[in-house]
Design a protein around this ligand. Structure first.
Ligand SMILES: Nc1ncnc2c1ncn2[C@@H]1O[C@H](COP(=O)(O)OP(=O)(O)OP(=O)(O)O)[C@@H](O)[C@H]1O
Ligand SMILES: [Mg+2]
Length: 529
């Protein structure tokens, strides 16, 4: 007996390694399990066998993979605690039934054994433990043999069960990670959609309302949109809004900054290339057109595109197909095009810098975003919006903008448009040490006579006077025009405050009606609905 033991062990080992290989084959879980059971047929002489998994949702047990059992057996289900399999899962301990025909616990539901007077089977069933909890069971039938070593069969099968458990753990980790990534992805997408929701575009002025109407008209279609307007007017924001309000919202929004790419790279970026298309093209690369499939391609600063690329772009627009650089395969695309420029395209055409035919293709539906100086009513809405945004971001408690600062903001001509206003407000939030934004928190460009429309020299005494005036106006505002109270707030006397009020020509009566509050930002959506 002792002499045969090492041989048995060796055989077990080679069987186990075969089972392990079957499980690690990388195939689909069920196929791997079936292959492993087939190895048990080959090496251990089982006549039938099955791997059972607990179905947490249904609180029962079903067959995941099997060999040697008829189709109706595959549909068998056990309650936890029911039959041999149910007991093994419930207790987490192996069960061995030497002769199945004589054992009432054997339900024969999955294995569907044919009873006969001449043959019987021995059933060995072991649990699959995942984090010490039963996640299923492996059950196999051997032909009945009086002197079978059930102990070693159960041990062997337990090793197989732990290999299956490992596979299951790896699969579940991948599954969890996958669903986490999916959840994260949909969360990020939602965030993006919210960010580019029309209601996040601030402004209720007439020209902006016209822009919103145009976005609403065109978003639902596949029409190419040309967005025009000076730098910093919000063209990119509008391109996003078109995409996220279109039926393509769930598909990619891909941006190409035409001006940022060197002429030689634009085509490779747009259309991709095949391996070896040019020196350094080591593999195939997808172009932005490919990446935007089903979604929207945003060509920013289209006016900077070189003439050769313009020809290629024109062809895509006409035929909706293109070839990669160095490639022969023609690729069909379903992409919606939105383009933007701050250039005078008509002038570029006259200078032969922009193709006229491309211009007509792009200029199907154009949206003109007006400069900020032409929509004065929006300036304070935007200033409040950015104040709230940056106060939150930099964790500052800033409540309002002082009246002189409001005057400066409204009378400035904003050559850099909304972007300049946004930067000015961020700077003001960062330099502001109290709860109110004053004129001196705004950038120097706004302090000049030309910019603000008021003659203010930058001499020290004038600046100090301006500051003093701001402080007094604020104190009067808080004190609702009451000079004595304002004086207390400033740690001064009523006499001095009275004198300064006259000196600066401030009218305290202006503040009696109550605290003046900056207009509430009204969102376009609430206005339209
Ligand atoms: N109506 C608006 N409401 C809120 N934020 C805006 C609005 N318009 C512009 N902005 C903000 O101003 C900044 C500049 O806007 P955007 O980048 O869209 O301008 P642009 O027209 O594309 O400028 P450029 O031509 O220089 O590329 C962005 O941070 C944008 O979020
Ligand atoms: Mg832009």
């Amino acid at each position: 007996m002792a002499a045969t033991e090492p041989r048995t062990d060796l055989r077990s080992l080679s069987a186990l390694s075969d089972v392990g290989r079957a499980l690690a084959s990388g195939a689909e879980l069920r196929a791997s399990l079936e292959r492993a059971l087939e190895k048990l047929e080959q090496h251990r002489g089982i006549v039938r066998g099955a791997v059972f998994f607990v179905d947490e949702a249904a609180a029962d047990i079903g067959v995941e993979a099997a060999v040697g059992i008829p189709a109706e057996g595959l549909r068998a289900r056990y309650k936890i605690g029911e039959g041999v399999v149910g007991r093994v899962v419930q207790s987490g301990r192996p069960v061995v039934i030497p002769a199945t025909a004589r054992e009432p616990l054997v339900m024969n539901r999955a294995f569907q054994r044919r009873r006969s007077s001449t043959s019987d089977w021995s059933l060995v069933c072991v649990p699959i433990l995942l984090d010490r909890k039963p996640a299923g069971a492996v059950a196999v039938d051997f032909p009945f043999s009086a002197n079978r070593d059930y102990q070693s069969d159960a041990q062997f099968l337990s090793v197989v069960a732990s290999m299956i458990a490992q596979l299951l753990r790896a699969q579940r980790t991948v599954e969890t990670e996958r669903s986490r990534l999916l959840a994260e992805n949909s969360h990020l997408r939602q965030e993006l959609e919210q960010r580019y929701d029309l209601s996040n575009i601030v402004g209720t002025s007439g020209p902006m309302r016209q822009v919103y109407e145009q976005i609403a008209q065109v978003a639902q279609t596949n029409t190419t949109v040309l967005i025009r307007g000076e730098s910093g007017t919000g063209k990119e924001l509008i391109a996003h809004a078109i995409h996220y309000n279109s039926p393509r919202a769930a598909k990619p929004f891909v941006k190409v900054a035409c001006a940022a790419l060197p002429e030689t790279l634009i085509e490779a970026e747009l259309f991709g290339y095949e391996r070896g298309a040019f020196t350094g093209a080591q593999g195939r690369k997808q172009g932005r057109f490919d990446l935007a499939e089903g979604g929207t391609l945003f060509l920013d600063e289209i006016g900077e595109l070189n003439l050769a690329s313009q020809v290629k772009l024109l062809r895509v627009l006409q035929e909706r197909e293109f070839e990669r650089l160095g490639g022969t395969e023609t690729i069909k695309v379903d992409v919606r095009l939105v383009v933007a420029t701050n250039r005078d395209l008509e002038a570029s055409i006259a200078e032969k810098q922009f193709r006229e035919d491309l211009y007509y293709r792009l200029n199907v539906f154009s949206i003109f975003v007006p400069p900020l100086r032409d929509r004065k009513p929006d300036i304070m809405l935007l200033a409040d919006h950015f104040l709230a945004k940056y106060a939150r971001l930099h964790k500052r408690q800033i409540r309002r903008i002082s009246t002189p600062a409001i005057d400066m903001l409204v009378s400035y001509h904003w050559p850099g448009n909304v972007r300049e206003l946004e930067n000015s407000m961020e700077r003001a939030v960062l330099t502001c040490d109290g709860q109110v934004i004053h004129g001196h928190h705004l950038p120097p460009t706004l302090q000049t006579a030309e910019a603000s429309g008021t003659v203010i020299s930058t001499s020290l005494s004038d600046s100090v006077e301006q500051y003093e005036k701001d402080l007094i106006v604020d104190a009067l505002k808080s004190a609702r025009g009451n000079r004595a109270k304002a004086a207390r707030l400033l740690g001064s006397t009523e006499r001095i405050v009275g004198y300064k009020v006259r000196k600066y020509g401030i009218d305290p009566g202006r503040f009696r009606g109550g605290q003046m509050v900056a207009p509430l930002p009204q969102r376009w959506k609430s206005m339209v609905q």
